[in-house]
Design a protein around this ligand. Structure first.
Ligand SMILES: Cc1cc2nc3c(=O)[nH]c(=O)nc-3n(C[C@H](O)[C@H](O)[C@H](O)COP(=O)(O)OP(=O)(O)OC[C@H]3O[C@@H](n4cnc5c(N)ncnc54)[C@H](O)[C@@H]3O)c2cc1C
Length: 405
């Protein structure tokens, strides 16, 4: 089909990948991002996959140096901090900021508008008219909803689809490598390291440092501690900020109450092997991520295509958030290039990416079954026991192998 004008809502990973690929295919692209400030400084660690590097290359991005920190293996430690299982798995881990900056630098500033929040959509069947909070409007033949797990576009066009809390949260954080004493560094830094407290899971891996630094000594170590949190009682308490505001789906890190962080550190001392307890004590600002499942029934409505977390949320055990958004963008760009018209392109896009999104959600549910939570999509006791098989967990976490099966 002949490229036209594409309006992309959301200027994070998915929006930037789509923007870069559509620009290269001859589309007139505009990205509208709600945040007033650049998005850097708010993310933590990211596991990369070869599929992500291939998509970056298709976007015209070839990092001058490595994408992140090479990790050779996954290791399980026991309560005493000793290694009890090792699974070889070479992989590259990095920081969200480093990936974002690579994409953002490659995209023209003139086509990236910050502080523009979409509030309404007219004529989703196309040409789409988008209305923004500042009163402005834009028209386009194609609107790409890359506006993340709280997607405004999805709530307007598919109001029945909403993220479902799964009964546990991930506490995340980054610790500067330089702050880790040699014994702690040796215990954790080189690998993806796991510990399985009863009914919970914690893992850590290296990430790029501040300003994307990959120099040994200036990198950081990322952790994610998955913990059951009851939806009706505990979660509202954790999501109530220091300002007294009760946040709904997630809480901005600066809003998290210091008392809640102190509880986390005390629990870490009580429940975790010394390397993870020490790591959490060193973390300047751990932050909280409630975990959700979400699946759209279709990848497009009229001339609006859903992409990344706006379409599917797979739990972070899959480690696929960024790669999934990038692969969606790649499939969308290819479908547009190969089809005769927009309906045909979006139907091909749906056929390719919807089954993959569903599989990623199911894989996240299967891996998350090891956490003793009472939320949606919970497994029976046998499935929970199977999910706690350490060899299986170490081999399956943060890989896209399941897509090939
Ligand atoms: C600042 C930030 C830090 C993150 N850090 C991590 C991390 O450390 N580890 C991790 O695994 N994942 C992280 N994520 C999530 C990760 O980026 C996604 O899971 C995945 O990459 C899919 O990306 P996405 O582009 O679909 O959605 P997202 O990355 O969630 O981006 C959605 C974007 O849409 C914008 N937006 C939302 N509503 C509107 C609207 N109405 N109008 C205009 N714009 C809108 C948001 O501001 C956001 O920039 C982070 C996301 C953000 C935004």
């Amino acid at each position: 089909m002949k490229p036209g004008r594409a309006l992309i809502i959301g200027g994070s990973m998915g929006g930037l990948c789509a923007g870069l690929l559509l620009l290269r295919a001859g589309w007139r692209v505009m990205i509208c991002e709600r945040a007033e400030e650049e998005l850097v400084g708010r993310g933590a660690g990211i596991v990369t996959h070869p599929e992500l590097s291939a998509t970056l290359a298709a976007c015209g991005i070839a990092p001058a140096d490595a994408l992140g920190v090479p990790v050779a293996a996954r290791r399980l430690i026991n309560r005493a901090g000793e290694t009890v299982l090792t699974v070889a798995r070479p992989q590259v881990t990095t920081s969200w900021d480093r990936l974002f900056r690579l994409l953002r630098r490659a995209f023209p500033d003139a086509l990236y508008a910050r502080g523009r929040s979409l509030v309404a959509i007219e004529r989703p069947e196309g040409p789409v008219r988008a209305h923004f909070a500042d009163g402005s409007t834009e028209e386009a033949e194609l609107l790409v909803a890359a506006d993340g797990f709280r997607s405004t576009v999805r709530s307007l066009l598919l109001p029945e689809v909403a993220p479902a809390y799964v009964g546990y949260v991930g506490w995340r954080g980054l610790v500067p490598e330089a702050a880790m004493r040699p014994a702690l560094h040796a215990a954790l830094f080189e690998d993806m390291t796991f510990y399985l407290p009863p009914g919970e899971q914690i893992l850590g891996y290296p990430a790029a440092g501040e300003q994307d630094d990959l120099t040994p000594g200036r990198r950081r170590y990322n952790f994610v501690w998955y913990r059951p949190v009851a939806a009706e009682t505990e979660l509202p308490r954790l999501l109530t900020g220091i300002s007294g505001r009760r946040h709904s789906l997630s809480i901005p890190p600066p809003e998290i109450s210091p008392a809640v962080i102190e509880e986390l550190r005390a629990d870490a001392e009580r429940l975790l092997p010394w390397p993870f307890a020490e790591l959490i004590a060193l973390c300047p600002r751990p932050f909280l991520q409630p975990i959700y499942d979400l699946a759209v029934p279709r990848m497009a409505v009229g001339a609006v295509a859903f992409l990344g977390d706006a379409a599917f949320i797979a739990r972070p055990h899959v480690g696929a958030g960024v790669s999934k958004a990038a692969l969606d963008a790649l499939a969308l760009a290819r479908a547009l290039e190969q089809a005769a018209d927009l309906p045909q392109a979006l139907s091909a896009y749906h056929a390719e990416r919807h089954p993959q999104g569903l599989r990623a959600v199911r894989q996240g549910q299967a891996l998350g079954a090891c956490i003793d939570a009472a939320g949606v999509g919970q497994p029976d006791p046998a499935a929970r026991a199977a999910a706690r098989n350490p060899a299986h967990l170490l081999a399956e976490t943060a890989t896209l192998d399941f897509l090939a099966r």
